[in-house]
Design a protein around this ligand. Sequence first.
Ligand code: HAM
Length: 434
Amino acid sequence: MEKISAIRGMNDLLPQKLRIWRDLEKKISSVFCSYGFEEIRTPVLERTELFLRGLGAVTDIVEKEMYSFEDHLNGKKYSLRPENTAAVVRASVQHNLTYNEPKKLWYYGPMFRHERPQAGRYRQFFQFGVEMLGYDGFESEAELILMCKAVWQAIGLSGNLQPVLKINSIGTSEERTLYVKALGEFFERHIDVLDDENLKRLKKNPLRILDSKNENLDTLKNEAPKISSFLGKSSKAHFENLLSLLDSYSIPYEVDLKLVRGLDYYSSTVFEWKASALGAQDTVCGGGRYDALVPLLGGSQQGACGFAIGMERLAEILETEYGNKEGCFLDLYCAHTSQAAKMMAIELAERVRKEGISVRVDLTQSSLKAQVRRAFRNRAQFLAIFGEEEMKAQHVNVRWLNNEEREGQQRKMPFGELAEFLLKNKHNDGNLYQ
Ligand code: HAM
């Protein structure tokens, strides 16, 4: 039979990679919790209408990248979520989550975009994101940015590995309308330089030309009108207050007047964190303010902002920088010399697992030598061998494995003392990168 492989751009996450992921997941979620965010989970499938309305019909995501289909049972149109901000806002409006007070929510899960797969760009990818609903002040964006910095620190992205913050203000929708008009007039005058893709953008939304990856347009983009000249007093004050708060926390940033982000729901502050360790797809996190989205999805007018971090890109920086670091992920491996000894190992393993110790009993009939090799490969910290003698004396010999200092050393103890010994001597290898 022919083999069936996974869909292009959709990755299997194999155990070795997942060790890094689990470590990252634990650290990132604990930073979010330390800022008072609560977890929310929404379905991966939503009505297509949510994204059309929420993200904007003239965005790359909605025009080209959604996995959408018509349910043949009821004729309704559904899409796999390409991002989660719209769905979190939908859930907040549906369940009236901000009825009494503003809400801070975080989420983690797969998103789907039909993009051209390449390093750092996949068709299924995971995002860790947060949304602050009911928050108007510039302090909210400052808190988001401080929290990103805390995430970089928690996962070991410091020094030259720390992503660089790019930030901009794209004003209110009225200010942006005037800006987009000026931008359109400017690019009309340089129509001969634009490629087909950008000619389309010029017709539909000239702002998107600033997002273009076509390097031939770089000079033109630099000469184009800047949003900063179109910001009103209040937008300017919001942005300046935010920047001075970042200054007071010594957070370095670069104001990038061409940064507009690829989703229509943003207004006021937008930001991205870029990692130089990555190739072309170097944005590890993107976010901003999106006050207009809640009313657009049927809720009452309220301030809102958030960001999302791309997990694959984050894991890639750590893998490239540190390699696939091997920690110990199992406390005890039990090998045996007979069927009866195997049964004894199973029984003892059940007992010590109840004390919070991870144990793998070799369930094969392999030779003892092969079982010991497997214990090393499984990165166990300790090995216990069960044989005739151990069964008779009701004691067990425990050996240190994968430990340079104590490799080869062993200790004999009665069965009843095994759990206590392991609890005292095992080390927690959860911190892969510190
Ligand atoms: P986004 O910029 O579209 O924003 O995505 C956020 C991050 O997800 C990106 O910076 C990148 O790290 C990762 N990402 C996006 N597309 C892919 C892909 N095809 N493959 C791998 N990683 C990818 C949003 O999604 C907004 N919802 C963020 C937000 C939350 N804004 C406010 N609240």
